[in-house]
Design a protein around this ligand. Structure first.
Ligand SMILES: *Cc1c(COP(=O)(O)O)cnc(C)c1O
Ligand code: SF4
Length: 329
């Protein structure tokens, strides 16, 4: 068997990694020496090589595999689990824009992602091809300019870093021309799943913009942070970016105090501070990932006793119509 590390993907640019990601469950199980048990799903498997290579071959319970492999439990229906769990569709202010909280405007910059995470609300929005048009962006800039309470624009998705650096540099340029906006935030999993996304052309516009740049990455388990990820995040830090992480509390992935503690320490190795630990949004197809609030609070108690306060994430849940993320407990 050829080791996963030697299959020709290493050193390829990020665009190649997206184009050649693994999309076939049979291929994945073959590569990882697992018994095939493909299920039919309308949210297909999607995993790029740099992430796949961090999965332990032969281990069906691998915490990274569990995040990406479709399994039969997704077919279970569970009370309270639906297709629009946080009522995003009610918060759409204009094409591509969600505003739930004061001072922050969230733009669905792209519907696409480089990976399909099984627990994601996105599984029910087939907006893979969604992307604000030039016209939409004109309107977003107008809204932002005419509302001085907006100090921060959040590029979210999907994953905004699937856009080219020319497009992202343009967006940053248009926003920095608005005097009342001082911060550009980017919610992205790409530096984790494809660390080569943090390339020179990205760093160039990040260094150049006069906006403060905050990058919120998404890591759930310390095994997701290999040395390439550390290097990528260090480059962002060196370019002046404030780095934070959000995780989702997931049964069978990180519902374990030792794992959460190791995650906090590993993030700090990569200049990143834990920000939020989210209680799962009740998304149809993800009920098998749910961890009860009582257990979640016990875990937080243990984590808090192990780690310095600055490595302890805030346990929160998203509640439709609340004015911020809501602390649990
Ligand atoms: C989560 C979220 C934000 C960001 O909230 P913070 O607490 O500032 O991280 C902003 N807008 C929307 C619509 C969100 O869902
Ligand atoms: S939006 Fe984030 S959590 Fe959802 S599939 Fe994309 S990368 Fe995964």
């Amino acid at each position: 068997m050829i080791p996963l590390q030697d299959l020709g993907w290493q050193g390829q640019p990020w665009q190649w990694q997206i184009a050649h990601a693994v999309r076939d469950a049979n291929e994945l199980t073959r590569l990882l020496h697992l018994e095939a048990s493909p299920i039919s799903t309308d949210f297909p498997l999607l995993v790029p090589w740099p992430y796949l290579a961090r999965i332990e071959p032969g281990d069906r319970n691998d915490p990274l595999l569990r995040q990406i492999l479709p399994i039969a439990e997704e077919g279970m229906s569970a009370p309270g689990f639906g297709t629009d769990p946080v009522a995003d569709l009610d918060s759409i202010r204009q094409n591509g824009v969600l505003q739930k909280y004061d001072g922050r405007l969230l733009v669905i910059t792209s519907g696409a992602c480089a990976i399909n995470c099984r627990y994601c609300f996105r599984r029910h929005f087939p907006y893979e091809s969604f992307q604000p048009s030039q016209r939409d962006w004109d309107a977003i800039v107008d809204t932002t300019r005419s509302d001085p309470s907006i100090r921060e624009v959040i590029l979210s998705g999907g994953d905004p870093l699937v856009l080219s650096d020319r497009q992202l540099g343009n967006i940053a340029g248009r926003l920095e021309a608005i005097e009342t906006v001082d911060t550009l935030r980017i919610h992205t999993r790409l530096p984790i799943v494809i660390p080569s996304r943090i390339c020179e052309s990205l760093l160039a516009w990040v260094r150049k913009t006069s906006l403060r740049v905050v990058v919120v990455v998404h890591v759930n388990h310390p095994n997701e942070i290999d040395n390439d990820v550390v290097v990528a995040l260090e480059q962002l830090a060196a370019a002046g970016v404030t780095l934070l992480n959000q995780s989702v509390l997931l049964a069978g992935v990180n519902d374990d105090a030792a794992v959460l503690t190791a995650l906090g320490r590993r993030l700090f190795d990569a200049r990143t501070l834990p920000y939020y630990l989210h209680q799962l949004d009740p998304v149809a197809g993800a009920a098998h990932f749910q961890v009860g609030d009582k257990r979640a609070l016990e875990l937080m108690h243990e984590v808090r006793s192990e780690l310095p306060g600055y490595l302890v994430p805030r346990l929160v849940r998203e509640v439709a119509s609340a004015t911020s993320k809501v602390p649990v407990g």
